[in-house]
Every structure is written in C-alpha cells, then in structure tokens.
Design a binder for this molecule. Structure first.
Ligand code: SAH
Length: 215
C-alpha cells in the first residue's frame, strides 16, 4: 500500500472542499487529511478516492461520502479514550477516522465479506484502537455497554431503541432516520429515562438491515 505525494495532494484538496462545504471541526479535517482513503477502495479506483462521493465496496454497500463522514464525526465531538460503538463497519474508513481521533472503537458489520476485509485492513494499518465484530447492529453490543458515543452509518427506518439504551448518561447517538431519505438525528441521553432529540440535515444512506449475512 503506497501513499505518495499525489495522494497527499488530492487529500489536501478534498479537505479544502469539505471546508468550503461548511465542515469546520479542525480535528476531524486533520484526521481526514491523515488517512489514505484510497486504501479503503479497490486498487483500480484510486482516482475516485478523493472525490467527495460515496463509492461501491461490494455487497451493494458503499463507503460513505467524505462530507457525510466529516458531518457525522463532527457531531460526535470525540474526546480521547472515549468508547464509541459504530454500526456499519463497511470499508472500515469511518472506524479508522474515529480511532485517529483517539476513540476506543467497537464497530459492527452484518456482511461477512465486508467484516473480514475491513478487519484485515484495519489490522494492516496498525489501528489498534478498533475492534471489529460480525454482528447485527440492531442489537448493539450490550456486553461492553454503556458507550460515550454511538454512530449509525446506515439509514434506520426509526430510532433504534436498543442503541439508545446502550448510551451512558450524557452520551450521544448520531443516527440517520427515514426510509428513502434520512434526517440526521443527534440524540443525547439526559438521564435513565430522558433523551433529547435534535433533528438536523437530510442525507441518503444504504439501509440498516436486520440479521447477519454470511456469504
Ligand atoms: N461506515 C462505513 C459505511 C458503510 S455503509 C464506511 O466507512 O465505509 C453501511 C454499512 O452498514 C454497510 O456495510 C452495511 O452492510 C452495514 N449494515 C447495515 N445494517 C446493519 C446491521 N443491522 N448491523 C451491522 N451492519 C449493518
């Protein structure tokens, strides 16, 4: 895996593009500037890696658009050593960004092929802060709950209640909610029983599906 001056140059341009689209969080922009996104796509698609676009990664899934990754990550306001549960590992790119920000990342994927590819890649990159699981994200990862932050990277038809229950008090869940188009929700747990809901911009995600898929 090579990361040369051309890749670095394209990455700097991508960061400027995200800035011009309104992303202001410097820690997030710096993580995007550091992480070679082309490692997360197949070799033939390097030229696409630094466009602000989603891209197919197999099994009808996509690596999220960099703008979306930046937007969701900025909402989480990650502090070092926080525990973050991610639903939808996909390529592993978003998990790697969270790890670069110093989080302890637990990421769940339902597609076995994507799970095994991303597990290998994250290991090869030496990102020790990420643990991957072949699991149905609807159930979350109760054995390691509660989490400081939870991030869903697939479009949920409704607010996933199991995940709300796995948040610490003061913890934040970022989840796109809706059928065809999703509204970004930022949900903060105020107490055992109270949650504050904030509704933000619209996005388009691949669907949050039930069960795991071994293939
Ligand atoms: N965060 C990813 C984006 C992947 S797209 C990245 O950076 O590349 C969303 C992913 O969510 C897909 O890989 C899809 O297989 C996965 N997914 C959908 N429903 C899921 C579920 N119930 N549990 C775990 N993963 C799920």
């Amino acid at each position: 895996m090579e990361d040369n001056y051309r890749h670095k140059g394209m990455r700097r341009q991508l960061v400027e593009e995200l800035r011009s689209k309104g992303i202001q969080d410097e820690a997030v922009l710096s993580a995007i500037n550091q992480l070679p996104r082309h490692f997360f796509l197949e070799k033939a698609f390097v030229e696409w890696a630094y466009q602000d676009k989603a891209f197919p990664i197999g099994k009808e899934q996509t690596i999220s658009q960099p703008y979306t990754v930046a937007y969701q990550t900025a909402l989480l306001k990650i502090k070092k050593r926080e525990s973050v549960l991610e639903i939808g590992t996909g390529s592993g790119y978003q998990a790697a960004i969270l790890a670069l920000l110093g989080a302890r990342v637990y990421t769940l994927e339902r597609q076995e092929l994507l799970y095994s590819r991303s597990t290998q890649l994250l290991k090869a990159l030496g990102l020790g802060g990420v643990r991957t699981y072949l699991r149905d994200g609807y159930k979350g990862l109760p054995e390691l709950a509660p989490y400081d932050k939870i991030l869903v990277t697939a479009g949920a038809p409704e607010i996933p209640q199991n995940l709300c229950k796995q948040l610490k008090i003061g913890g934040v869940l970022v989840v796109p909610v809706g059928e065809k188009v999703q509204r970004m929700y930022k949900i903060t747990r105020l107490s055992d029983t109270d949650f504050e809901h904030q509704q933000l911009d619209n996005f388009k995600f691949v669907p949050f599906l039930k069960g795991i898929n071994k293939a």
